[in-house]
Ligand binder design. Sequence first.
Ligand code: SF4
Length: 428
Amino acid sequence: MPVLCKTGCGKNAVLKRPKTGDVLCKDCFFWAFETEIHYTIIKGNLFKSGDAVAVAASGGKDSTVLAHVLKTLNERYDYGLNLMLLSIDEGITGYRDDSLETVKRNRDDYEMSLKILSYKDLYGWTMDEIVEQIGRKNNCTFCGVFRRQALDRGAAMLNVKCIATGHNADDIAETVLMNILRGDIARLKRCTAISTGSEGTIPRVKPLKYTYEKEIVMYAHYKKLVYFSTECIFAPNAYRGHARALLKDLEKIRPSCIMDIIYSGETMAVKEDVSLPSQRTCSRCKFVSSQEVCKACVLLEGLNKGLPKLGIGKSSKAKRMLDEYHAKQQMSIDELNKEFQANNCIAKGKTCRSGGCKSNGLISNDCQGNKNKNEHLNEKANEMLTVYLLPDDECIVNGISPTDNDQENFEEIACEGSCGGGSISIAF
Ligand code: SF4
């Protein structure tokens, strides 16, 4: 016998809401789902009339539902927002190329402009190439750090007031659990904040903060939204997976636990003497950082110098590695110069044949002219450097040590890449 919708609308119920247990018809579910997001936006004061808002779009269920609901609410409640889609192409063959096709479909369906930025254009590396260098252990650290900055760059290009991301209630509850399990209470405030970003940065807002993942899937299903659901081929089996499994078990017994965990994270007191990193501008790329050089620039320097583990772990280690790299490089230069002088391979007392460096026939760091000699030099320096690479087990949870107090301000969040599974450690 059919069950009637709890609202008394007279229609048959088709679902039981995971969040409240209410049995509802399709239309009443849509209404409840959208209205809750509307209240979240209004209560959190997320937008102002006339704002340009970039929706971080991966083609996955969360960002697809976010784009759809924001468009619906913008029209229904006359928010006055100029919504646009912003996508990042990490360069993951067989995953991102397919999901971007979904985003293009969203662009057409929702009549929003779309901006796509690629890692290749921004950093000179695709994730496929990075994984070739670093293997599959710390790939998400690179991906997360680069994506975060890529979104900032895209938002700056689009001149938007804020970036809306598809983080849902389950993602946030998992992050709270992980921070508690790691004893990282200082991060709770930031990871539960509905809006993040300090002065001079483009804020990120989470309109789906209180929206259950299961309801997002149901909404997309009943609305017949087109989204991409394949997991990233580089998705790791990370710590977040355990927190997720724990949360799902708890949710079966007590569905309200997701909201309760978020509430606990929001209200848990942070000791006065817990210092959080202050934010400033990276001296190289000029984007936001809590260090003089941002994590993205450190990681990129490591890739470009053939030291892919540079930047994985503490930044003090990265500094040490770089100092050693430069010291060893100088030693190699000195050795090679001695070798050349002994063999008379470059005429003593004459200007470098490569021209331009004026180093009297000796190799200098500044010499740009003699490609072969520099390649020889780099080979030698790199050989010596392998001794100084950090062992993998010095890194905890995708390379981020929880005791890394002097570091970038890391926040462990769910992968924004629509894989739904990955766990990334990112800096901002
Ligand atoms: Fe990037 Fe997410 Fe894939 Fe990791 S799981 S490589 S963060 S898209």
